[in-house]
Every structure is written in structure tokens, then in C-alpha cells.
Write a protein that binds this ligand. Sequence first.
Ligand SMILES: Nc1nc2c(c(=O)[nH]1)N[C@H]1C(S)=C(S)[C@@H](COP(=O)(O)O)O[C@H]1N2
Ligand SMILES: [Mo]
Length: 423
Amino acid sequence: MGSKQPARREFLKSGAALAGGLTLGAATPALGQSPAGSQSHDQHPAPAMIKEGHDQIAYGERSKHVTSVRIAHGGRPSPDSWGLTFHVAAPLQDSVGVITPSSLHYMGTTRGSFLPDIDPQEHQLMIHGLVDRPLTFTVADLKRLPSVTRLHFIECAGNRSSRRAKTVQDTHGMTSCAEWTGVLLSTLLRECGLKGSATWFVAEGSEEIKGASSMPIAKAMDDCIVAYGMNGEAVRPQQGFPVRLMVPGFEGIFHTKWLRRIKVVDRYYMNYNDYGHLDRDPKVAALDYQIGPKSVITFPSGSQQLPGKGFYEISGLAWSGGGAIKLVEVSTDGGKRWNKAEFKSTPQRMAHARFGYMWNWDGQPTEILSRCTDEIGQVQPSREQIAKYWNRPYDQTFSVPGLDNSIQPWRIASDGSVTNGFA
Ligand SMILES: Nc1nc2c(c(=O)[nH]1)N[C@H]1C(S)=C(S)[C@@H](COP(=O)(O)O)O[C@H]1N2
Ligand SMILES: [Mo]
């Protein structure tokens, strides 16, 4: 804890610090504490009952009072009038903890796609090319092999803030984090036996567009997962059922969904997806695939409303392709002073980390920001720093070249309304 941060107990002791509406005096006794049982029932009539049909008993649904949904990203409707699905962003403003529910996980498609409807009994993954033994694996084969379960984020390279964006869903919703289960790709490649000349591999999906990408073989042998499980169940169709590749920390496009083929090769192959990286030197391109250290405050964030001055827990997410998040700092005065935030659970490597910072808002207009540092010491930059790095003039119209991991400011007005600090 930074020494400047008032102890939480101070907030809780002082009724004056409580935000409007949160008044301890109005608290009523909990059930069972009331001396006269019947009286307390009158005060607190039992809630109406949810009438659940067979379907909802067999497979649960969320409360009708919880309405947060994904939205089309980048102004393109999804599905469009031909039924093609495009990018949809996760509602980070309503997120708690670090796991994105599967039904709210962002979805990325490189050029719009129809979701392939794959029968897992029929599906096969082929590994061939520069290997001693080309092999095919059914989903059942994969499930017989030793598995790993790891928390990992995915983030689309198109996840960027702009002055036009209103909410954190617009600015940062193209990232999500889930618990993935599957077989390490290194396990499969060892079964096949890599030839000495193997330096790259190409992963290919099953749909028309294929979603093929070239990646360094070192990454394959390090921590890639051929995943069949997501958040305790089978990977969802939108996320690549029955198997998808997880390439922890790399740009989203490499996480090949509906994975059907891995070809081991001796050079960078130019695929449909790789054309986006044409301007990079293939020898060092792999370094550019990695997501930089990034964080964002999800509460309070754009379009939300603070009811009044008093204490709030500022909450947000931090992640990096470089490993685990080591430090998150929060500023509540537009970046003059930075305070150490607290982690809500142990940060995992290449996974979202949830941070919090207790803030006593004095009701004055201000700007709140977060920045993070990862385990290899990379620090999240501001837009101004990025502009300086690229030798470009900085103003509101500056658009970050490549991946945008810049610090996101949220502006708090005296009426408690929250807006994008870049606007
Ligand atoms: N086969 C295939 N894999 C794919 C894509 C695709 O269109 N086809 N889209 C990629 C892109 S651009 C992203 S950002 C991620 C998104 O993963 P998600 O939809 O599970 O969030 O999947 C990647 N894998
Ligand atoms: Mo993407």
C-alpha cells in the first residue's frame, strides 16, 4: 500500500465518507435477528419466484435483472445482413474478477465468418511438415493426453481507444480472459518429432477464411495450448469448438479457432493473416506479436455515473503478453501522483489481473488513470510517450501505430458523470 492511501478502516469508520444512498443508519436487521419473526416478514415480503422450465433447470440462465451484453465493435453490425459475424466487444464495465463468462467473451473474426458447425466426433487435427512422424489427432485422442489448465487473456490487435469511444466496452472490450484446458502443443510436437530445420509453424482453422498464421516454433514449444476446454466446459463454437490454439500473450489473430492443421516449416509463410504484419522484418516479427503491458479502469468508466462524493473502490484490469503483472498504479489527480493499487487475486502469467484502489472523491472534477508494470519490467506508456517514441506530434487526434496499450484517462465531472479523457 502506498503511504498516501488512507486506510480502508478510516473510510468505514467515517459515516461522512460514505457515498450518498449508502447510509448505515437505514440498515434493517437481518433475518433471524429480528425479535418478532412475523413482523420482519411483513417488512420484507418474500420475493416473487422465477418460474423455470425444464430447460433452465437442466442448463442455467442468468437473472433477468442482469442485462449486460456484447456489442458490435468498429461500427459494423454483427451478424450482418448476410449472416456473417464480425468483431463483438465484451462488456468490461460490468465485469468482476478476472474471468470473462464464455457467453460474454469478446469474439474476433478476421474477415467475417459463418460459424463452422463442427461435429467433434468427425474433427481431426493434423500435424505435418518438418516432422519425423506426421500425425492426426481426434478430439478424443487429445483428451487422452496430459492436460494443462491455465488462465489466459486474448486481445485483438484492433483493441484501441479513440476520442470517439464512449465506454470501456468501446475502448477496451476486444480483450477477455478465460480458464483454458487442453494439451500443450509441445506435447503433440514431441509425439511427431521435430526435424532440425523446423523454425516456424503455420496454424490453420476449418472455416473458409482458414485464419492461418505463421508463428515461431520456439513459441510452440514454450506455452501454446491446443485447447478443448473453456471456463469448465467445452470451448464455445464462437471461440473455436471443438479445438482452438492458445498462443499466450500474442495478438488475438494467432489464436487459431476451429484448429484443423499445423504445418511445421522452415520459414515465415505469407498467409492471409500474416499480410497484416507485412511491414515487419520476418526475423524479428515474432517480437512484435506480443501484447504490451496494458491496464484500464473498468469502474468508474465512460458513461457511468457516480452518485456523489465519498468513497469508491476504483476497479480495473491489467494484463501483458510479457508475463504476469507485477504492479498497478492508480492516479486520481490526472497523473500528478501515482498510488499503488492492490491485486484482488494472484496475477497469473498472460492473464487479466484485477486491481482495486480505495478512493475518497471530494466531488471536484478530476481525471483517473491506471498504469501497470509486468514481470519483465515493461511499463505501460502514455499516448504522449508513444507519440514521442514514433517522433510524431501529440494531440487528441494522435492514433497509436500498431498495438495500442496506452494509458486510458477517464474524466470525472463535478456532477459525477464519467467520460473518455481523450474526448
Ligand atoms: N479460424 C479462425 N481463427 C481466428 C479468427 C478467425 O477469423 N478464424 N480470428 C482471430 C482473431 S482476429 C481474434 S482477435 C481471435 C479472437 O478470439 P475469440 O473470438 O475467441 O475472442 O481469434 C483469432 N482466431
Ligand atoms: Mo483480432
